[in-house]
Design a binder for this molecule. Structure first.
Ligand SMILES: [Fe+2]
Length: 319
């Protein structure tokens, strides 16, 4: 028999090569993601919605804008034990746990402060710096929001990020930036106004190129069936479902719903998952633990840290 025919026959008779898929195991606050794209174990603590209310005399000119949120989460109850606690105690305990467990990085997903308090921002930075663990931050919808202040959401986010929140970004681009931790790319996206800007979509498309293992962190979750309309790209997001704009004294969401760029970002996230390397996405905002799977896209929402919430995410190689 001809040699070329033997080779062809051998190729045809070989069992099809199935690329090993990732698997996910969750137990309480611990999420283990096993992936062939991960080369060594990586541990990341995920924290969102601490809602610190600390301030000092520098806040005095702004108290008419920050008064309501400054009272919002002063005394809380731990989401597991029901015991009385408070935002500062919760953040300190979570950071101490991250140190004890040997975390490689801490991801802060916004609403760390309930308004752009200088004292609050300084306290977050000093608390995280003291941990000795690399930490990364993105904005929520409250960090930069002064209720009742004139301006569009986008303008006010830009202004107060520049004025107060830049120390938390540590030189990174607040809109979207990536860092690498032990070979895994961590992408931080600011979607605190729900909508995505064209430059964020194009930066995201660049960031997800290549088959490297990646995680996406944003404050607000993205639409998945079952989620509240208070999520980015949700088809029901809009004026009809905006039940907070009066109390938060901000412009209402648009009657026409999410914009095209935001919907395109949703599609780009889905496309980046699975074999393209985006292992999972993490958000906060809704203050409760949630998990959804849409095909290869795994989305986790962490419980608010002001009631003790956090995730310990461990990426592990798949044998
Ligand atoms: Fe929040």
């Amino acid at each position: 028999m001809k040699k070329w025919f033997m080779v062809l026959l051998a190729v045809l008779l070989l069992p099809p090569r199935v690329a090993p898929a990732q698997t996910i195991f969750q137990s309480g606050q611990r999420i283990r993601i096993f992936s062939p794209l991960v080369t060594e174990p990586v541990k990341i603590f995920v924290i969102s919605d601490t809602h610190l209310f600390r301030s000092d005399s520098r806040e005095d000119p702004y108290r008419s804008y920050s008064g309501r949120m400054a009272q919002a989460y002063n005394v809380t109850r731990h989401f597991l034990t029901g015991e009385k606690t408070n935002p500062e105690e919760c953040l300190q305990k979570t950071v101490a746990l991250a140190v004890e467990r040997g975390a490689d990085a801490i991801a802060l997903l916004g609403d760390m402060v309930s308004y752009p308090s200088e004292a609050g921002v300084e306290w977050v930075k000093s608390t995280l710096d003291a941990s000795g663990i690399p930490w990364f931050y993105t904005n929520g919808n409250h960090d930069w929001h002064y209720e009742g202040m004139e301006g569009t959401e986008s303008e006010l986010r830009d202004f107060w990020t520049r004025e107060r929140l830049l120390p938390l970004f540590q030189g990174h681009d607040p809109k979207l930036y990536s860092v690498e931790v032990k070979g895994v790319k961590l992408i931080f996206l600011d979607n605190g106004i729900y909508e995505i800007l064209p430059e964020q979509l194009s930066a995201f498309r660049d960031a997800v190129k290549g088959k490297q293992a990646k995680l996406l962190f944003s404050h607000i979750p993205f639409y998945a069936p079952g989620y509240s309309p208070h999520t980015s790209a949700h088809p029901d997001w809009g004026l009809a479902t905006d039940n907070n704009y009066q109390i938060e004294r901000r412009p209402p969401w648009p009657a026409e719903g999410p914009g095209k760029v935001t919907k395109d970002m949703w599609k780009a996230i889905l496309k980046a998952c699975g074999k393209n390397g985006l292992l999972a996405t993490f958000s906060g905002h809704l203050h409760s633990e949630m998990h959804s799977d849409v095909g290869p896209w795994h989305q986790f929402t962490v419980a608010a840290n002001c009631v003790g919430g956090y995730y310990e995410v461990i990426l592990e190689p798949m044998e």
